[in-house]
Design a protein. Structure first.
Length: 582
């Protein structure tokens, strides 16, 4: 979830040299109005500035550093600009070349700001035409080589002595350093204890875990025990009784080995966390069951895990974060958990939760899970829950032409056909939507995926390397994109549509709004004309064959022809323009 809903920033100079400055609301009177280049979020833990626990974030496009105070609201972390009432920032500059790009807490407790000190901060791949003109007009590409590091300390607090070096400190000093009010010192002490394998300190660490007044120090002591492979079930029990939720969630992250031994107390404690704990503790308890499932011999506790996941849903089905954690943890057992939960529910379950979990199971793209979901829907029909299950499956399908053939079965699913022909009109209509997305691949039928020639296979291999280098930072290696930054390529109608449109996008870029898989994106992707025709064709061929896709590869000649035909173009394409092309 978004911790800070407000995107407003308050620079103290004009900032025309930003990407996408032409977009409505991005610049007001040539001053950046909403953040566009935030980076290096840093939780200050130095104990010197009066800001422990606050988050500092760089915004180099606005020549500023923001300070965000955190608090909990409705069991969710929220944050606000400390200086919002004054329409100000923690640190801002009138110098256009002040470019804060990284933050750190020093061993002295000061806050350090790395200033790139350059007019241009974007990689050439991501410079929009708007920004390019700003760079040229004002000579922002020079000078370079003038970066610096700023040290920020409180003006009204006596200077601190430099922290003693821990690199050669004795073990007792390292344990004591875990009690420092400076988180950077605690981190270094922890690293030294673990890397040196100082097992003689385990008893002192256990004492610190149970008695120290600072929760961060108790967590550091637990971390050291984990790193020294000395954490026992008794240590975990003690941590689960801690009043601090951070200590308890840390314990849950390391509870799985003890649960796998059948420790009855810990299983009971975990059940309590799932049902009665604070939200963040519940989420971690759900994930802990998934950790148990990943251990050898986990089959013996499968029924118990399914039951507990079902109890968590019964108590907190409306918690979207819990459902998300459960889907990740239960994985291939998700439909089994759904079945158990629905069978045990004394009242009709929330249909929104049923749809969500069914969609998450469908997105795993496993035929066995799809078949199990359909059987469960038949068993539940004609109850509304059956319709919710099918609706969830439909919601998981990609939009447009990419939906066709997305569900793969060896034989026609008779349960779905029965619902499609049933008397319940709503259920039948949704079942028919699913049938339209099914392809049948039997033993006597030809393979659905077109086989590639040897040169095409080599082209796709090259494309994988090009994609990892030039595309994955935004669209991610799994093709799922990045929320708020880059749309998904997986099952995208643009990827699987006419290759010529895809080639136009990568050559000259595209600016939103553009709809991808039913979601509208209002961002801009710059063109990648610096890549050769062969590299672009290879990358496009790769994305049309990766992520479960089976589309045809893209010939190099096609990319070359589109580049030549549009060599005078200087602006990114729009969705309307692309849809008017072939």
């Amino acid at each position: 979830h978004r911790v800070c809903a407000d995107r407003t920033v308050w620079p103290i100079r004009r900032t025309p040299g930003v990407n996408r400055g032409y977009q409505p609301g991005r610049l007001i009177d040539w001053v950046l109005a909403i953040h566009t280049a935030v980076c290096s979020p840093h939780v200050y833990r130095g104990g010197w500035l009066p800001a422990d626990g606050d988050v500092f974030v760089c915004e180099p496009a606005g020549n500023l550093v923001r300070r965000i105070a955190l608090h909990h609201q409705d069991e969710r972390l929220q944050g606000e600009n400390v200086y919002e009432a004054e329409r100000g920032e923690f640190l801002a500059s009138t110098d256009e070349r002040f470019r804060p790009v990284s933050l750190a807490t020093g061993f002295d407790g000061a806050l350090y700001v790395v200033d790139m000190y350059r007019g241009v901060i974007q990689h050439k791949n991501f410079v929009t035409s708007f920004l390019r003109s700003q760079i040229v007009q004002r000579g922002l590409e020079r000078p370079i080589g003038l970066g610096r590091i700023w040290r920020i300390v409180p003006a009204d607090v006596p200077a601190r002595q430099r922290a003693p070096s821990l690199l050669a400190a004795p073990p007792t000093t390292l344990v004591a350093a875990l009690g420092s009010d400076n988180g950077t010192v605690r981190d270094l002490a922890l690293r030294e204890l673990v890397q040196r394998e100082e097992r003689s300190t385990v008893d002192a660490l256990r004492e610190m875990q149970r008695t120290h007044g600072r929760a961060a120090t108790r967590i550091a002591a637990l971390s050291a025990q984990v790193g020294l492979q000395a954490l026992t079930a008794t240590d975990v029990r003690a941590a689960l009784r801690d009043l601090d939720v951070g200590v308890r969630t840390f314990a849950l992250q390391h509870i799985a080995p003890s649960l796998a031994t059948g420790d009855r107390f810990l299983w009971q404690a975990l059940e309590h966390c799932l049902v009665a704990g604070p939200a963040c503790v519940r989420w971690q308890a759900v994930l802990a069951l998934g950790d148990v499932a990943a251990l050898p011999g986990a089959a013996g506790s499968r029924d118990q895990r399914v039951r507990l996941w079902g109890e968590a849903l019964s108590a907190h089905a409306d918690d979207a974060m819990l459902r998300s954690a459960l889907a990740a943890a239960a994985n291939h057992d998700l439909v089994l958990v759904l079945r158990h939960w629905l069978a045990a529910a004394p009242a009709p379950p929330p249909t929104a939760a049923v749809r969500d979990l069914a969609a998450r199971a469908t997105k795993q793209k496993r035929t066995d899970l799809h078949a199990d979901l359909l059987r469960l829907a038949v068993e539940l029909a004609p109850r509304p829950t059956a319709h919710a299950l099918l609706q969830g499956m439909v919601e998981a399908l990609p939009k447009g032409a990419a939906r066709q053939g997305w569900l793969v079965f060896a034989v026609a699913p008779h349960s779905l056909l029965a619902m499609a022909n049933g008397a319940d009109r709503a259920l039948a209509s949704t079942a028919q939507e699913l049938i339209a997305a099914i392809t049948i691949v039997g033993e006597t039928q030809p393979a659905a995926v077109l086989a590639l020639t040897e040169p095409e296979q080599q082209q796709v291999k090259l494309g994988e390397r090009v994609f990892a280098r030039a595309c994955a930072a935004c669209h991610q290696l799994d093709g799922n994109g990045l929320a708020g930054q880059a749309p998904p390529l997986r099952d995208s109608e643009w990827v699987l549509g006419p290759p010529s449109r895809l080639a136009r996008i990568v050559l000259h870029g595209i600016k939103g709004p553009i709809e991808v898989n039913g979601t509208t994106w209002s961002l801009e992707m710059p063109g990648q004309q610096h890549l050769t025709d062969a590299e672009l064709a290879a990358a496009l061929s790769y994305v049309r064959r990766a992520f479960g896709h089976a589309a045809t590869p893209v010939p190099v000649a096609d990319v070359a022809a589109i580049r030549a035909a549009n060599q005078q173009r200087r602006e990114p394409w729009t969705q309307e323009e692309l849809l008017g092309t072939k």
